[in-house]
Design a protein around this ligand. Structure first.
Ligand SMILES: N[C@@H](CCC(=O)N[C@@H](CS)C(=O)NCC(=O)O)C(=O)O
Length: 223
């Protein structure tokens, strides 16, 4: 019986897909700006390599990308640097927005921008003074709390009308703001729990008890 040699015509198997380098996220676990960025990254499902940084000893690689030295910083695999928390949120949600935080809009509405803007300016200013009142001896702590309450009252009033800050649904404004309200509430938990802001309290509790929040606050070995 002659020997038959079969030549396989099977084409060379394709090369395995080139691994796409995931973006790098520099973060600080308790920072409310970093929390809002991590919330959006988590809900979008975009995977990033996360570096928990020490604010007292920021990594050189982070400072090389973003010399202003604040967290969060997101570095994309094409070298693009996004170093404002709200921009990171928008970038992540534009990749995928399953919870509809952008409500299908490419840009933020004026209402959302104004509310987050007030949070990041006057409310954050009061929050820092309330939290670290000893560093700002010009006024007693209660004065700083009252300054922060101006914003809390506005939020509470909105939440008395609908379950999200800007309407029936939770959107990016809720997720960008609640980490700051959480910090405020933790300065004096007893006061907050007994305060007149019942709708705000319920809204905050819902967010901090959510699996998403739990996920982004998980401690890593470096914490
Ligand atoms: N506008 C920035 C503010 C970020 C920010 O101020 N983060 C704080 C931590 S909560 C920070 O990195 N501070 C620098 C430092 O403490 O050295 C953003 O939205 O990302």
């Amino acid at each position: 019986m002659p020997l038959r040699i079969t030549v396989s015509m099977t084409p060379t198997p394709p090369a395995p897909p080139t691994a796409i380098t995931p973006p790098t996220l520099y973060t600080f676990r308790r920072c409310p700006y970093a929390i809002r960025a991590r919330l959006a990254m988590a809900v979008s499902g975009v995977v990033a390599v996360t570096h928990e940084v020490s604010l007292r000893d920021k990594p050189a690689a982070m400072l090389a990308c973003s010399p202003k030295g604040t967290v969060p910083v997101l570095v994309l695999n094409d070298g693009t640097v996004i170093d404002e928390s709200l921009d990171i949120m928008c970038w992540a949600l534009r990749q995928h927005d399953p919870a509809y935080w952008l409500e299908g809009n490419a840009t933020l509405s004026d209402e959302v921008r104004a509310l987050i803007g007030e949070n990041d300016s006057t409310f954050k200013h009061a929050l820092d003074r309330y939290k670290y009142a000893g560093r700002y001896p010009e006024h007693p702590k209660q004065i700083y709390r009252q300054q922060g309450e101006v914003f809390l009252a506005k939020l509470n009033e909105r939440l008395n009308r609908h379950s999200g800050l800007c309407g029936a649904r939770i959107n990016i404004a809720d997720m960008a703001i609640f980490p700051f309200v959480r910090q405020f509430s933790e300065v004096d938990r007893m006061w907050f729990e007994q305060s007149q802001y019942a709708a705000l309290r319920n809204w905050l509790h819902t967010q901090v008890e959510s699996p998403l929040f739990f996920q982004v606050m998980k401690k890593t070995s470096s914490d």
